[in-house]
Design a protein around this ligand. Structure first.
Ligand SMILES: NC(=O)c1ccc[n+]([C@@H]2O[C@H](COP(=O)([O-])OP(=O)(O)OC[C@H]3O[C@@H](n4cnc5c(N)ncnc54)[C@H](O)[C@@H]3O)[C@@H](O)[C@H]2O)c1
Ligand SMILES: [Fe+2]
Length: 376
C-alpha cells in the first residue's frame, strides 16, 4: 500500500525555543502577524511577553483571543475579520488544540471563499492558507504537527473534522516551558488524548512503517511520564517528555488515522461540551476491549510498551482511576435518561465522521450505542 507522510517543514523543540519566533517569522517574510490565542492565556504574561518581543524585532502582532475551547465557526469568522483588519501576512497560534485548530482554519478561510462546511472531510480545501507557526501550550493534541482541525458547526451541532495538508503549520515551536502552568486535571485529559492518538494510529487500518515508530515512542513516553507530569507540575523532565510524546502522537495519527475512540468522542464533545481528552479517556477502556479481537498482536505490543502485566483494557481503567478521571456519568452530571435521548444521533455522527471505519473492528450504529452505554 502506498502511504503519504506530511509534517511541518520545521519542528523546533526544547526549553526556550519560543524565543526563536521572530527569526522564523522573518524567514517567512512576515512583518505583520495575527497572534491567535484564547482569553485565559491572554490574561497570563506569556502572550504579552511574546508580543513585546516581536515588536522589539520589528514584527507587529495583533492579538485575537476570542477562541473558545472546542472552537466554532463563529470564532473562525471573528478571527478572519481581525486578520483582514490588521492585514496580517502570517498567523501565529499560541495555545492548546482549540487555538491551533481555529488558527489553521482562519488561515484557509482567508484565501478560500467557500463556506466552511465544504471543508469537512478529507482534502476538500481548494487553496493553501496563510503561513502558520504553531506554538502549543498543552501536551497535548499534537495539533502543531497535524493536518487536522476540528471546528464546531454551530448550526448543525457537529464537530467537523477537517483533514488536509493545506492546514499543516509551516513551523511547530514546541517549548515545554509553556506547558508547566497546566492544572492537574488538564494535564491528565490532554495526556490521555496524546496516548489515544498513538494507540489509534498504531492499530488503525492506515498504520504504516512511517507512523508505527512514532506511535510506539509516544506510548512509552506517556506510560512513563504522564502520572509524574500530573503529580509534579514543575517536573521539567516529565513536561518535556509529554511535549515530545504529544508531537509524536500528532505526527503518527495525522499520517495514519484516529479510530473509534475519536469517532465516538467528538459527538460527546459536540452535545455535552466535555473537554476533548476527558471524553476520549472515558471511552478508551470499553472501546479497547471491543477492538482487541481485530488486532490482537498490535494491542499486545501496546500492553508491553505500557509495561503492564495485566489485561490492556483493565490497565487503562486503572490508569484513568490513578489520573482522577471520572466516569462518564459523573463527568456529565445528568440523568441516564437524558443521555439515552442523544445516543442515536451520536452514533450516526460518529459513523459519518469516517473514523470508526479505520478501527480494527468496524462497529455498526447499534454496537456504538452499546459502547456509549458501557462507558456510562
Ligand atoms: N487538530 C488536531 O490534530 C487535534 C487533535 C486532538 C484534539 N484536537 C482539538 O483540540 C481541542 C482541545 O485542545 P486542548 O485539549 O489542547 O485544550 P484547549 O485548547 O481547549 O484548552 C483548554 C483550556 O486550557 C487552557 N490552557 C491551555 N494551555 C494552558 C497552560 N499552559 N496553562 C494553563 N491553561 C492552559 C486554555 O486556555 C483553555 O481554557 C479540541 O477542540 C479537540 O477537538 C485537535
Ligand atoms: Fe484527540
Amino acid at each position: 500500500m502506498e502511504t503519504r507522510f506530511d509534517i511541518p517543514a520545521s519542528v523546533l523543540f526544547g526549553a526556550g525555543s519560543r524565543l526563536r519566533l521572530s527569526e522564523e517569522l522573518k524567514k517567512l517574510g512576515a512583518a505583520r502577524v495575527l497572534l491567535v490565542t484564547d482569553q485565559r492565556l491572554r490574561d497570563t504574561e506569556t502572550i504579552e511577553t511574546l508580543r513585546e518581543r516581536l515588536a522589539g524585532d520589528g514584527i507587529a502582532a495583533t492579538i485575537f483571543s476570542e477562541v473558545q475551547p472546542d472552537p466554532t465557526d463563529r470564532n473562525v469568522f471573528a478571527g478572519l475579520a481581525c486578520l483582514r483588519n490588521c492585514d496580517a501576512e502570517a498567523i501565529v497560534a499560541v495555545g492548546g488544540g482549540s487555538v491551533m485548530d481555529a488558527a489553521k482554519i482562519i488561515g484557509v478561510a482567508a484565501t478560500n471563499s467557500e463556506p466552511l462546511p465544504t471543508f469537512q472531510g478529507y482534502h476538500r480545501i481548494p487553496k493553501p492558507g496563510l503561513p502558520l507557526i504553531a506554538v502549543p501550550t498543552t501536551a497535548g493534541t499534537g495539533s502543531e504537527a497535524t493536518k487536522v482541525a476540528v471546528i464546531t458547526d454551530t448550526e448543525r451541532h457537529v464537530k467537523m473534522m477537517i483533514y488536509d495538508p493545506k492546514i499543516l503549520p509551516r513551523v511547530a515551536i514546541v517549548d515545554y516551558e509553556l506547558s508547566v502552568t497546566m492544572p492537574a486535571a488538564l494535564t491528565a485529559y490532554v495526556g490521555v488524548d496524546t496516548l489515544v492518538h498513538a494507540m489509534e494510529a498504531y492499530v488503525s487500518k492506515k498504520a504504516s512503517g512511517m507512523t508505527d515508530p512514532l506511535a510506539l515512542s509516544c506510548i512509552q513516553l506517556t506510560s512513563k511520564y504522564l502520572r509524574t507530569a500530573q503529580q509534579e507540575p514543575d517536573n521539567r523532565k516529565a513536561r518535556e517528555a509529554m511535549a515530545l510524546a504529544a508531537c509524536q502522537g500528532g505526527m503518527a495519527f495525522s499520517n495514519s488515522s484516529v479510530c473509534l475512540v475519536h469517532g465516538m468522542s467528538r459527538p460527546i464533545g459536540a452535545v455535552f461540551h466535555l473537554p476533548h481528552g476527558l471524553s476520549n479517556a472515558v471511552l478508551l477502556p470499553a472501546v479497547t476491549r471491543f477492538s482487541i479481537p481485530g488486532a490482537p498482536e498490535r494491542y499486545e505490543r501496546i500492553r508491553r510498551e505500557m509495561g503492564w502485566d495485566e489485561d490492556l483494557a483493565d490497565g487503562l481503567e486503572r490508569l484513568n482511576a490513578e489520573l482522577g478521571i471520572p466516569k462518564l456519568r459523573d463527568a456529565l452530571g445528568i440523568e441516564r435518561s437524558e443521555f439515552e435521548v442523544h445516543l442515536e444521533k451520536m452514533a450516526d455522527d460518529a459513523l459519518a465522521s469516517g473514523s470508526p471505519q479505520n478501527n480494527p473492528v468496524v462497529p455498526n450504529a447499534e454496537e456504538i450505542i452499546d459502547l456509549y452505554r458501557r462507558a456510562w
